[in-house]
Design a protein around this ligand. Structure first.
Ligand SMILES: [Zn+2]
Ligand SMILES: [Zn+2]
Length: 376
């Protein structure tokens, strides 16, 4: 155990006037440490935020388990966290219409705005993007962070900090449906009922899918998919062929970490169907045999992060058209961050998503749960 890991938890209010804060850093695969660090310097044009909730993403898991995603490798200790919410503090948001205490969702992607892709309306493809919580750019798993106001979205009354954090993965699901160009009253199959798959299934219904099928090997997750509005669930992808009389489905959205899933998507898509690949495969490789996909003339889209989705994501939740709060199954204080990542890695039955509260302001219902370590 390093000196940093021995830092004792103190109450959040004390940290507001303290020159230091607690930060989590991922040093290498499976090496997550809690540090006591200087507060980030106040930068003109940025809003000072007290981080409220950080949800742990599948992409965080790739950094945690593999130390990187493809060429994006952790070389210096990185503060993870790109799904997070925060409150405005220190009067830093006044000039932007964000008074102190405003709860905001933070868009982690800061695109350059002037490259070819940004100009063409594809900021999610900006090669100059600064993405909070990726190698070289610290993310939200710290008590405080400064973020430009253009990345902040105030949430409506009644949104909890965890719900506001979950707008980021909902945005990923929304973007996946945007690029799928779903025709109303067609069939959709979603591969994987993790948090993203569960959100995609719900957004597909909002987009007018006639029938949403979810393929998921875990019984608990299949039950959750049904609970959230999937029309049918299947343990094995081949059941989708049976369910469609051998035709295959119009759209298949893949949201797993399995290198074999794109092949399954191609096998259960109909002739001329569309596949959207959203998941990040373990090991950064996936399989898809050519003949089947080629003969079917499949349209295959790779989904990359998200475009302009926050206002629509907020409205989806506010209007009650989707239910995303239920994916936040496990809650942790800052001392529990390493355990949160390990739990997310092991993902026991009933686990969907870990939420960490850097200032230890856990929701009341979670404070009593076994997953919430109490600071002592
Ligand atoms: Zn994410
Ligand atoms: Zn750009």
């Amino acid at each position: 155990m390093t000196q940093d890991q021995l830092v004792q938890p103190t109450n959040a209010a004390a940290h507001l006037s303290s020159p230091t804060m607690r930060t989590v850093r991922l040093h290498a695969a499976h090496d997550l440490r809690l540090h006591d660090e200087a507060l980030p310097a106040q930068v003109p044009g940025e809003v000072r935020l007290k981080v409220e909730a950080v949800s742990v993403c599948g992409s965080d898991m790739h950094y945690y388990h593999e130390g990187g995603i493809g060429p994006a490798v952790i070389r210096t200790p990185m503060t993870p966290g790109h799904e997070f919410s925060a409150t405005v503090i220190g009067g830093s948001g006044e000039a932007y219409g964000l008074p102190d205490g405003t709860l905001v969702a933070v868009d982690p992607a800061q695109h350059c705005g002037h490259c070819e892709q940004c100009q063409a309306g594809y900021p999610n493809l900006c090669p100059n993007v600064r993405f909070l919580g990726s190698p070289g750019v610290d993310g939200g798993l710290a008590q405080f962070i400064n973020v430009p106001p253009s990345s902040l979205y105030p949430v409506p009354p009644g949104f909890s900090p965890a719900l506001a954090a979950l707008l980021e993965p909902l945005g990923v699901a929304l973007h996946a449906l945007d690029i799928t160009k779903l025709r109303p009253m067609s069939g959709v199959t979603v591969l994987g009922a993790g948090p993203i798959g569960l959100m995609i299934a719900q957004v597909a219904k909002v987009c007018g899918a006639a029938q949403v099928r979810v393929v998921e090997p875990r019984a608990a997750r299949r039950a959750q998919a049904l609970h959230l509005g999937a029309d049918s669930v299947h343990e094995h992808y081949s059941e989708v062929l049976d369910a469609t009389g051998g035709r295959g489905d119009d759209y298949v959205l893949e949201a797993t970490t399995s290198p074999g899933a794109p092949e399954h998507a191609a096998l259960i898509a109909r002739i001329g169907g569309r596949i959207t690949l959203v998941g990040i495969p373990d090991g950064d490789h996936f399989q898809m045999s050519a003949a089947n996909a080629r003969r079917k003339g499949l349209i295959i889209k790779m989904s990359r992060r998200m475009g302009h989705v926050y206002p629509r994501a907020i409205e989806l939740v506010r209007s009650g058209r989707v239910n995303i709060g239920g994916v936040a199954t496990h809650h942790y204080g800052m001392e529990g961050a390493a355990r949160a990542f390990q739990d997310a890695h092991e993902a026991p039955d009933g686990f969907l998503k870990a939420v960490i509260y850097p200032n230890d302001l856990l929701p009341e219902h979670a404070a009593a749960s076994s997953s919430a370590p109490t600071p002592d």
